[in-house]
Design a protein around this ligand. Sequence first.
Ligand SMILES: O=P(O)(O)OC[C@H]1O[C@H](OP(=O)(O)OP(=O)(O)O)[C@H](O)[C@@H]1O
Ligand SMILES: O=c1cc[nH]c(=O)[nH]1
Ligand SMILES: [Mg+2]
Length: 219
Amino acid sequence: MQINNLSETPSILNTFMSELRDKTVQKDSMRFRRNIERIGEIIGYELSKSLQFETHTIETPLGNSETVLHQSDIVLCSILRAGVPLHNGLLNYFDAAENAFISAYRQHKNNPESFEIIVEYLACPNLDGKILILADPMLATGQSMVATFEALKPFGTPKEIHLVSVIGAQQGVDYVSKAFRADTKLWIATIDEKLNDKGYIIPGLGDAGDLAFGNKLQQ
Ligand SMILES: O=P(O)(O)OC[C@H]1O[C@H](OP(=O)(O)OP(=O)(O)O)[C@H](O)[C@@H]1O
Ligand SMILES: O=c1cc[nH]c(=O)[nH]1
Ligand SMILES: [Mg+2]
C-alpha cells in the first residue's frame, strides 16, 4: 500500500488538525465539522494529482487554451456517521463523483473493551472499472474500513482504491495495509502512536462522530 501522510510536510492543514484535537476548540461542533471538511478538500486536492489526465481545448472569449483535465469515474464512499463532513469536503472538489454510503458502527456487547463492526445500511452504484475513494476520518483498528470494503465487493471491482482518513493509529494503518490489495493508496492527514484499551486513538481527538453530531445512546 502506498501511504501518503500529509503531516510529513507542514502546511495549513496543521492548523485545522490542531483545532480538531484541542479539547476546548473541538466543542464548537460547526467548526469541528468544517475542519474535517477542509481536510477533505486538501486531501482531495493531493489525491487528484495521482489521477489520469487528458488534454482538452477550452475556448476562452479571446482564443483557445490547452489544458489537462482528469477524466476519472469516481465513486466516493463514506462511513456513517463521522464520514459525512469528510465526504462533503471531497465532494466539494470532485463535483461529478457518484456517491455511496454505508453504516458501520462499533457494537459493544457486555465488555466495553471488545466490539464488533455492524454494517446495516448500504447504498452504492456499480464499481466496475471506477476509482473508489473510501472515506472515514478515524482509522483506529482499521476494522470499519475493511468491513466496508468486504460489503462493497458485490458491487464490482474498482480500477483503483483510495482510502482517505484524518487520523490513523499505526496499528490501523498496518491492518489496512495487509487487508487491501497492494496498489491501494492511503491518504491520511496524520498518524498517531497507539490505541487505548477501548480502541480510541491516542492522543487522537476523542469520538469524531459525537463531536460532529452529538452523543448517541449505546446500543
Ligand atoms: O478503525 P475502527 O476501529 O473500525 O474505528 C473507526 C470507526 O470508529 C468510528 O465510528 P463509530 O463506530 O464511533 O461510529 P460514529 O461515526 O457513528 O460515531 C469512526 O468514525 C470509524 O468509523
Ligand atoms: O479515536 C477514535 C477511534 C474511533 N472512533 C473515533 O471517533 N475516535
Ligand atoms: Mg463514534
